[in-house]
Ligand binder design. Sequence first.
Ligand SMILES: Cc1cc2nc3c(=O)[nH]c(=O)nc-3n(C[C@H](O)[C@H](O)[C@H](O)COP(=O)(O)OP(=O)(O)OC[C@H]3O[C@@H](n4cnc5c(N)ncnc54)[C@H](O)[C@@H]3O)c2cc1C
Length: 504
Amino acid sequence: MSGQRTRSVPVLLAGGGLVGLTTALLLRQHGVEVTLVEKRATTSAQPKARRFHTRSMEVFRELGLAATVHDAAKDLVGHDHMAAGRTLAEAERLPLWSPPGSAEAEADISPEPPTLIAQDLLEPVLRAAAVDAGASVRFQTELTAFDQRDDGVVVELVDHGRGERESLRAQYLVAADGARSRGREALGITGSGRGAVGAPTVSAYFRADLGEVVRGREFNLCHISHPAAPGVLASVDGRHRWVYMGPDGLDHDWPALLRTALGVPAPELEVLSLMRWRAEMLVADRFRAGRVLLAGDAAHVMPPFAAAGANTGILDAHNLAWKLAAVLSGRAGPGLLDSYDAERRAAGWFAADQSTRRTAGFADPTAAADPTLAHPYVLAGGRFRYPAGALVLGPDDVADAEPVTEYAPAVRVGTPLPHRWLDAARTRSTVDLAGPGWALLSGGPTAATAVEDLPVHAVELDGLPPGRCALVRPDQVVAWRGDDPATATRVRADLLAAPVTVSG
Ligand SMILES: Cc1cc2nc3c(=O)[nH]c(=O)nc-3n(C[C@H](O)[C@H](O)[C@H](O)COP(=O)(O)OP(=O)(O)OC[C@H]3O[C@@H](n4cnc5c(N)ncnc54)[C@H](O)[C@@H]3O)c2cc1C
């Protein structure tokens, strides 16, 4: 290496899982040059996450990828039910659950319906899109060390394919390197939370043609109560590929255990892989250390019972990308990145806490829902209100808190724009009005089409009566509400310069 000049890149992303790949796509959308390194040779071999909420689908919509994701997800369309029984053969499908008091179906709260797609199918879609978007995506390349300096981060990489070592200088390093994040550990960032939840479990990913067995009873998850093989069966493609989350132990005779749980001979059953894991709640105590930012599981791990881990990580990416782009282009000071910590650490804690509190409900799908938990659409819509960050919370805003246990979206500072269709053909949503740029919304008609470079849109949304306006960030989060549209550009400039505000 000596004598060679260290190559510089604006952003080095460590980790090519869902969150790293989404961050790469969003940074490219903002025109940022990105290098992503992933130590594995391939995308995830395990299906892991399978439920992508409406707010994540809105991020994919902004990237122009929603249709591709829906298409890749077509095997599980209509597999939304839960089922339960002693074995799969005896299981009955439970009635489709919808949250009490919800005026709208989940598909109507967003321009994009939620999607069941296994992580091992989604990651290749994102990887191909990131390459198409111009990201440098390097698999079989591991971040082995890094050294943070005033003007950048020097990273050490090993290309396992070529057997070569390389140093790079990055202006910013995003550690999206998963639950055992080397980035987090190297920085000595501690974590908080309730730790391990429940006993370890094993996810057995297997192939078996069960199409005829489940026909007419298709499900998302099926709880199996057989005393010799209790667990939960998850549909991966609803026909040939399945994951059984069963009793701890890699040494079980897994084919026999699976056949017991299935209650059918399944002669051609083949176990593809076993993954031992334990539900855990741990949220990093800092999401930013200078030029290094944590995202996804590197920043927060949570039990999978609210299907929130990957979804929360995707929203980290959405929050971080426009801020990094603004800082790198000189439009914002580096202090803007403190708002990433303020906003996403609070949101990560909320999601992890909600996921942990849902553990008991997951064990018994027929139990009544705990009314003190967040409304499922609040989680699905990413409607946690940022308590502080790149936003101006005036006294009126503080008093107008986003409800959590009920779903009542409105234009509120610190929350994403609510969805309302803008045309009869249902092609354009209010959610489309901002991103990747900023926007100014006017409650009621307005003659203005722009205030300086801010496009102005008249909308009819709760929380924005005639005469009021709202400044919306590139991640569709409302940053400010006020009466005078001419103030909006000054508010934006202030936020970009010194963003972490609590009240105004
Ligand atoms: C059984 C189960 C079910 C789940 N279901 C859901 C669900 O339905 N919905 C949901 O939202 N979430 C779910 N989750 C959680 C979800 O899988 C994770 O939150 C998600 O994978 C996190 O993505 P990530 O990109 O942050 O991390 P990962 O997916 O862990 O990716 C991190 C990547 O970084 C790479 N890496 C690590 N170190 C380095 C290094 N030094 N250099 C280069 N690369 C490195 C790793 O190889 C890995 O590919 C589930 C999890 C489990 C276990």
